[in-house]
Design a protein around this ligand. Sequence first.
Ligand code: NAD
Ligand code: RM4
Length: 254
Amino acid sequence: MRLLEGKILAITGGSTGIGRATAIAAARHGADVALLHLGDSERAESCVAEIEALGRRAAVLEGDVAEARTARAFIGAAVEGLGRIDVFVSNAGICPFHAFLDMPAETLERTMRVNLHGAYFMVQAAARQMVEQGQGGAIVAVSSISALVGGEYQTHYTPTKAGVHSLMQSAAIALGRHGIRCNSVLPGTIETDINRDDLADPAKRAVMAGRVPLGRLGEPEDVAGPIVFLASDLARYVTGAALLVDGGAFVNLQ
Ligand code: NAD
Ligand code: RM4
């Protein structure tokens, strides 16, 4: 069953990790895909090649989500290249692990700017396009289990993920009258570039894997499926929701 047949999906951070797995899963489900990357042309082009090999169209743009103008440029390029936008996935994010007491102000500000302002600018630009098209749409934001629980070296990051989750709740209200659904996924620990150094510590890795009832850390493809579901008409009455995709880590107290 192809869940996104004939849809056009745009995604940020689409050249690696969860974003790349989602772009390819969407293409397998029948979508054409526009992807935004930052300084990663080679992997972005290889993702485009994979999408095209699946018989779908792809468009690619480079830009920094922290800049509001990137949102306008990306949505504009996606519409120019592929015709319209039915689904938008706000995925780009950073997590430069750092202790709280000596957190550099620039690290805090960059993390907020990319993860929260970036998501806001992008979701707003995508929503404006969907409203103009007049046929509804679906927006999925990649929040995190870290919207709900803390992290000693993530004091700059967890508030942005709580913010992204909250943005989807408020946007669901603002956009419901336009038939645009807004939901978030809350991944647990998924092995990608973002935590490669953090998980290189065997002790930390064992602790993180050990708290997952399903017995392993996540792979990007584990998150792509729930994103495709929320983007699809199977989820047509789901808006303002948050879906944990964490192998059960969040509920594992004892
Ligand atoms: P990743 O590093 O592979 O992906 C992040 C992507 O965002 C990269 O492609 C990167 O180039 C892009 N990006 C970063 N800053 C950008 C900017 N300023 N402008 C444009 N693109 C930018 O790691 P990932 O784990 O796939 O991360 C994707 C999302 O998933 C992030 O929002 C992250 O917070 C979230 N997340 C990840 C995990 C995890 O355990 N891996 C868990 C929960 C949530
Ligand atoms: C997630 C969660 C994971 C961490 C990544 C970087 O939101 O906190 O444990 O590895 O971020």
